[in-house]
Design a protein around this ligand. Structure first.
Ligand SMILES: [Fe+2]
Length: 466
């Protein structure tokens, strides 16, 4: 059998140049004689496939041992996305569903009475669960919070003389959030003494897999943008094919796979590929180099061509469907690997959260886990209604009904990993260079850095391709 250098030399003598991958195929399938008879001078995988009219299987350069050896059951739970005309009553059932789902999380800890019963109770001390209808600061510095439940509405107050912790919490109350409070009812106001968020229970266990496999978390590839760093993405694909990644069985991609078209005015100027279909095709060619036994779970982000109403539908209708190893998720979606539950959400709501919450306003972009922790505390992926253009479904599918084991987002283009109450919180960076828009806002992205998690130990590793 010819070695690769020799093969390349023989081909070159006949005026033909073969790509490294094509060379390997020619060697493995013993195709030299046939290739020498071809008219083409440049021999690549596609030429071989076309000429021989069947997909040529490529043997991996190395034996994948770990990733192939262990079987893990993967299930995906996608959001239901229906496109029907909305009526005003849809919004009522949507907010009622949000209220009841979060009320269930709070009820044991709060022991509430309904708002309509507050005036009837003889107790001065009361507890209630309400959705924030309005929150404002008075001229004298007190915070007024209007809370409502399905029975009515009531004004609550956190006075400026309250304890510092309570005042800090009050500054971070958002409209449409569901919270529990304890307080004293006097003069038609509830004077709040304690504020209770649904949060993640302290009893949440740290789950792990029983087998030594790893997953890689990426997002925000932005194929088609002038700032797409193709060389870094190719490095990523080579890394996936390297010894260091032999235990990697899954790649999770949390949205913005392509840059899209018409996402903002003048985007046309910032695109190298000006058709959505072609952007996905380009990505498909890059992803083809990833071995089929590695499953790639993809969900859309606000740049993907699927509309940005959340929940967003899957990318099944795109050319990604031509790849055998893609698993299509909605945004948001839940993936389970045996007992391990992974919540994927692109993160479109985080911009508004960072702007609205004083506690994360300065650090939110630099430390992308901060807005993610805020949504976990509130048990809702887009707590400010309107920030993520939520579809008013019968059931609010952006409520975090159960605590995940891994919470994966993107969108902010910076990398972060942290453990919050036994949830591994991951924001996975980008493959796009700093855009003019980010420069204007002073944001510094982290391109080419991604996260690898050993799912048996839950140890995390940042891989820097720069
Ligand atoms: Fe993005």
């Amino acid at each position: 059998m010819q070695d690769l250098d020799n093969l390349a030399k023989i081909l070159l003598e006949k005026g033909k140049i073969a790509t490294p991958k094509a060379l390997r195929i020619i060697k493995e399938k013993n195709l030299l004689d046939k290739v020498l008879k071809l008219n083409e001078d440049l021999i690549n995988e596609k030429v071989l496939e076309r000429i021989f009219e069947k997909k040529i299987e490529i043997r991996r350069e190395k034996e994948r041992v770990l990733g192939e050896e262990y079987e893990v059951k993967l299930k995906i739970k996608n959001a239901e996305v229906k496109h029907v005309e909305r009526k005003p009553s849809d919004f009522i059932s949507y907010f009622n569903s949000r209220y009841f789902l979060i009320q269930q999380m709070l009820i044991k800890r709060v022991n509430p009475i309904s708002i309509s019963n507050i005036k009837k109770t003889r107790n001065d001390e009361i507890s209630l669960i309400g959705m924030v209808y309005d929150v404002r600061t008075t001229a004298s510095g007190n915070k007024i919070i209007e809370l409502e439940d399905p029975t009515g509405k009531i004004s609550c107050m956190i006075t400026k003389n309250s304890e510092n912790d309570l005042i800090r919490e009050a500054d971070n109350i958002l409209k449409d959030g569901v919270i529990g409070i304890r307080g004293i009812f006097k003069n038609n106001y509830v004077f709040i003494t304690e504020l209770i968020r649904p949060n993640i229970p302290i009893t949440k266990e740290l789950n792990k897999l029983d087998v030594p496999i790893s997953a890689v978390f990426i997002s925000d590839i932005h194929v088609g943008s002038i700032d797409f760093l193709e060389h870094l993405f190719k490095k990523f694909v080579s890394w996936i094919n390297s010894k260091e990644a032999e235990d990697v069985k899954y790649i999770f991609v949390a949205g913005d796979l392509v840059d899209g078209i018409g996402i903002y005015l003048t985007q046309d100027r910032d695109l190298t590929i000006k058709s959505g279909e072609k952007q996905y095709k380009y990505l498909v060619n890059l992803l083809r180099e990833i071995p089929d036994n590695i499953k790639i779970v993809v969900q859309p982000g606000n740049h993907d061509i699927i509309g940005n109403l959340e929940p967003q539908n899957t990318l099944k209708e795109t050319p990604l469907n031509n790849l055998p190893n893609i698993i299509f998720g909605t945004n948001p979606c839940w993936v389970s690997l045996d007992k391990l539950k992974i919540l994927m959400y692109h993160g479109y709501s985080y911009d508004d959260l960072i702007r609205e919450l004083p506690s994360i306003r300065h650090e939110g972009y630099r430390n992308p886990c901060l807005p993610m922790i805020e949504v976990l505390k509130r048990r809702h992926l887009a707590p400010i209604y309107g920030s993520s253009l939520a579809i008013p479904e019968q059931r609010d599918q952006l409520v975090i009904e159960e605590p995940p084991d891994i919470f994966h987002s993107g969108h902010l283009h910076t990398v972060g990993i942290t453990n919050y109450k036994n949830i591994l919180v991951i924001n996975s960076g980008t493959f796009q260079a700093r855009t003019k828009y980010q420069e204007m806002l002073g944001h510094i992205p982290h391109p080419g850095i991604f996260v690898k998690i050993n799912l048996q130990t839950m140890d995390s590793k940042l891989i820097n391709l720069n």
